[in-house]
Design a protein around this ligand. Structure first.
Ligand code: PLP
Length: 418
């Protein structure tokens, strides 16, 4: 597509956008009685308007039915996790039996590592990104220590080449091959939260398996943002949160993928609890944990209904379209942002995120050599929500469900005003 910088072009692109009406399904924070432009969906997605009624439904069930709500409510709570699986499995490219929701991301990462990180004296190393999200770093460090290994020895961090900000797939694969005799696990973010780089999950997973190790992915920034094929790519396990691109609210229930080769093997080790037990015997209160033979065999506690309500509501919006249509718009919208940024001559900055659209989702991370803080402040004052990280990085995430080409053009106009 050939872009230009005119506002009219932005409006034309919006008029041609088949997903444009989805924007009306979300609540926007207000500034001077106007909707803000929201480019922070990579941190916390907006509130879907249908969530309130969905909460009211469950509050009503609780009020009217109490314990009977488990069986007789409009959405019986006993099965509450089941309701989100069809839509969620499409979003991550999995079979329904490979997906479950429970707990939150970091807890699920620990649980998955308990199943899939089985270090031995020979094979104990974990490859991850240098500068991974802190929670992932803490999880891996403490897991490694739990098994009596020294994090400095057991954790191999992959850093960009000198003077670069993102990773080369070939470098990642080389490090995997180099460590193949001692490697237990490769654990990367599908999309790096800081640079916005989307890794070649298929190639990296394959190289990991060739090295005799397992591949786990943190999809916090990838779920609902890019096209994933977890089953096809033979990913071993993955975890994600639901409050970023999945718009399910702060602390919403986390998601989890376990490949069916493990999920339907009852011998795959995991920590048990009644909600992961075979439903036929769950309430018999007998000894002997019999896991369900799908990913929900990792559930431990009773369905977290109120943490799942907004996810269920939000997924109804995803179901109005398809992840293919969403990511197609997203590529265009982010491509348009990139084009407009390429026309900016009055401020000096770099785009850290890869320019290859196969290597990114709905986020460009901009490193401003000057005035980063001022630019961020003017954006906020002008009703554009973006986030800022020292030293001068503004992450802009035009989430395709509720951001428009006009919104992106407005960001450009404000940059031009410097
Ligand atoms: C957002 C995010 C998390 C958050 O984890 P919680 O357990 O949900 O608090 C973890 N890892 C990455 C990479 C993230 O982007």
């Amino acid at each position: 597509m050939i872009f230009n910088t005119n506002k009219e072009t932005a409006l034309k692109l919006d008029a041609a956008d088949e997903l444009r009406s989805l924007k009306t399904l979300f609540h926007f924070p207000q500034l001077d009685n106007k909707d803000v432009i929201y480019f922070c969906g990579n941190s916390l997605g907006l509130l879907p308007k249908n969530a309130k009624a969905a909460f009211d439904t469950e509050l009503e069930s609780w009020k009217e039915l109490a314990i009977a709500g488990y069986m007789a409510g409009k959405n019986p709570w006993l099965k509450y996790q089941e309701y989100v699986k069809p839509a969620l499995s499409k979003i991550v490219g999995a079979k329904e039996n490979e997906v479950t929701v429970m707990n939150a991301l970091t807890v699920n990462l620990h649980l998955m590592m308990m199943s899939f990180y089985k270090p031995t004296k020979q094979r104990f190393k974990i490859i991850m990104e240098a500068g991974a999200f802190p929670s992932d770093q803490y999880a891996v460090e403490t897991q490694v220590k739990h098994y009596g290994f020294d994090p400095d020895e057991a954790i191999i961090e992959i850093a960009p080449r000198n003077g670069e900000k993102t990773l080369h797939t070939s470098d990642i694969i080389e490090i995997i091959e180099k460590n193949k005799n001692e490697l237990a696990l490769v654990l990367l973010g599908g999309i790096n939260y800081y640079t916005g780089q989307f890794f070649d999950m298929s190639a990296i997973t394959k190289a990991t398996h060739d090295a005799g190790a397992l591949a786990g992915w943190d999809l916090a920034h990838a779920a609902g943002n890019v096209r994933l094929q977890l089953h096809e790519w033979n990913v071993d396990f993955a975890v994600w949160c639901s409050y970023k691109y999945l718009n399910s609210g702060p602390g919403a229930v986390g998601g989890c993928f376990v490949h069916e080769k493990f999920a339907n093997d009852q011998n795959t080790h995991r920590f048990g609890g009644w909600w992961g037990n075979d439903e036929k015997t769950r309430f018999k209160m007998e000894k002997g944990f019999i896991p369900k033979n799908d990913a929900s065999g990792w559930n431990i506690s009773t369905a977290q209904v109120f943490n799942t309500v907004a996810l269920k509501a939000s997924l109804e919006i995803f179901e109005k379209t398809s992840i293919e249509a969403i990511t197609t718009k997203s590529d265009q919208l982010t491509g348009y942002l990139e084009y407009l940024l390429s026309q900016i001559k009055n401020i000096s900055f770099d785009i850290i995120t890869p320019s290859n659209k196969a290597e990114r989702g709905a986020q460009l991370s901009l490193y401003f050599h000057e005035k980063g803080k001022d630019i961020h402040q003017r954006m906020i004052d002008s009703g554009i929500v973006v986030d800022y990280r020292e030293p001068g990085v503004i992450r802009v995430a035009p989430a395709p469900l509720y951001c428009s080409f006009e919104d992106v053009n407005r960001f450009y106009e404000i940059l031009l005003s410097f």
